[in-house]
Design a protein around this ligand. Structure first.
Ligand code: FAD
Length: 393
């Protein structure tokens, strides 16, 4: 069967739902297509089931992109306060956790229901379990023909909101990137982001017994650094600080880890210069003892502090604050929270998300080369870019 709509949106996740309800509330006829039986799976599993839906401190600097100014316009026009007002209107309770991160008090299902209800109230037509087989450009008012497993749709505007590659079991596919390729849009190389880092098994062997251990540290790569929990796993490192830095890390390059941020190890050594305590016990007062015992042997014998020369103490203090360690890779898309890279934003309007070279074609959410840091920034981008396209398409 053939249908005509003003707008088709492919992908009923965070960005697609926001775009659909925004456009439909403007009186546009909207069809929303998703190949999954269940919509918005990533909202459902996000924030440990309570959806960290935004961050009060959203700034363009919280996003990675080859075109860093691109996010400014959409983020300025749809702010965290707009989304909060929507939740309040629907009576959804929320709280600030830390660092401006806002979570639902109950379940992330409440956010999905709110978006779905607003789509329904505005007459968005939703198709689930609907595979899109082909998109054909047309030379008429209805610029696109969409042939799907359910029906054929003729639309003036087509919005691609199919997200990134992470967690394939949630329905993630490379569909959006293929559409970009079909229409000749440039891409920025894809890689997993917000992902645990791995190390060569022989190199990691001494640390593998520390799996589950976590303590605060500051991890740096280039100009970026994050202070938060560092978590040891069987294969490498994880925890919020590692997830954050993983989006910036470049393959083959070392990370620098400050194991004792905010303290001065050199000053502690000088203060306790004559201590007869074994070095592992001494540093074990400041770092977890299990870690100290595994880590120390690379840098010297476990002698009492007073038997370490001033030069060796300085070198050890340097290692405490600048432990350089080179990951061999990441745990990949099965464990990554996001996909870095995507449709090159230099080919899109920052105001509307429309492709400059293809009138009527829009890309929103994670499928574009905009990746937020951990802490609610990715959903804020999904809402803001979805809203921008919904106001324009
Ligand atoms: C475990 C986890 C936890 C997260 N927690 C948070 C958090 O707390 N806060 C935060 O800000 N971000 C979080 N994120 C990131 C956030 O979920 C994403 O950035 C956000 O969902 C992207 O929105 P989107 O609409 O672009 O894509 P998605 O939400 O991924 O939606 C894409 C939709 O497109 C559909 N689709 C895909 N391929 C096709 C196709 N071929 N045909 C039709 N439909 C298709 C999918 O089924 C899906 O419904 C988390 C991610 C993960 C994986």
């Amino acid at each position: 069967m053939n249908h005509s709509f003003d707008i088709a949106i492919i992908g009923a996740g965070a960005a697609g739902l926001m775009c659909a309800l925004t456009a439909a509330q403007r009186g546009r006829s909207v069809v929303l297509l998703d190949h999954s039986a269940k919509l918005a799976e990533k909202i459902r599993i996000s924030g440990g089931g309570r959806c960290n839906f935004t961050n009060l401190n959203v700034k363009p600097e919280n996003y990675l992109s080859d075109n860093p100014h691109f996010v400014r316009s959409a983020l300025a026009r749809y702010t965290p306060q707009h989304f909060i007002a929507m939740l309040d209107e629907h009576g959804i309770r929320w709280s600030e956790k830390e660092l401006g991160q806002l979570f639902c008090d109950d379940s992330s299902e409440a956010v999905i229901k709110m978006l779905k209800d607003d789509c329904e109230a505005a007459n968005v037509r939703r198709y689930h379990s609907c595979e899109v087989h082909e998109i054909k450009p047309r030379n008429s008012k209805d610029r696109f023909e969409i042939i799907s497993s359910r029906d054929t749709f003729h639309v003036t505007s087509l919005v691609i909101a199919t997200g990134g590659l992470s967690i394939p079991k949630t329905g993630a596919t490379p569909f959006g990137y293929k559409v970009a390729e079909q229409f000749g849009l440039p891409m920025v190389k894809l890689r997993p982001g917000l992902v645990p880092l791995t190390f060569r098994p022989d190199e990691w062997q001494p640390y593998s017994g520390l799996s589950g251990l976590s303590f605060p540290a500051e991890i740096s790569f280039g100009k970026q650094s994050f202070r938060n929990e560092l978590l040891f796993t069987h294969r490498g490192l994880s925890g919020p600080a590692i997830l954050q830095i993983s989006s910036y890390w470049e393959h083959g390059q070392p990370l620098s880890i400050d194991l004792l941020p905010g303290r001065d190890m050199q000053a502690l050594f000088e203060e306790h210069r004559s201590s007869k305590m074994l070095m592992s016990n001494f540093i074990g007062q400041y770092l977890p003892k299990r870690f100290a015992e595994v880590w120390l042997p690379q840098f010297g014998e476990n002698l009492p502090v007073n038997q370490w020369s001033p030069k060796k103490l300085s070198a050890l203090a340097e290692q405490v604050h600048h432990w350089r360690i080179t990951p061999s890779g990441t745990q990949g898309y099965t464990k990554a929270e996001v996909t870095c890279g995507g449709v090159d934003t230099r080919a899109l309007s920052s105001k509307t998300m429309e492709a400059s070279a293809v009138p009527g074609l829009y890309f929103i959410g994670e499928v574009v080369d905009v990746t937020g840091q951990l802490g609610g920034y990715n959903f804020q981008w999904a809402w803001a870019s979805g809203h921008a396209a919904g106001m324009a398409a």
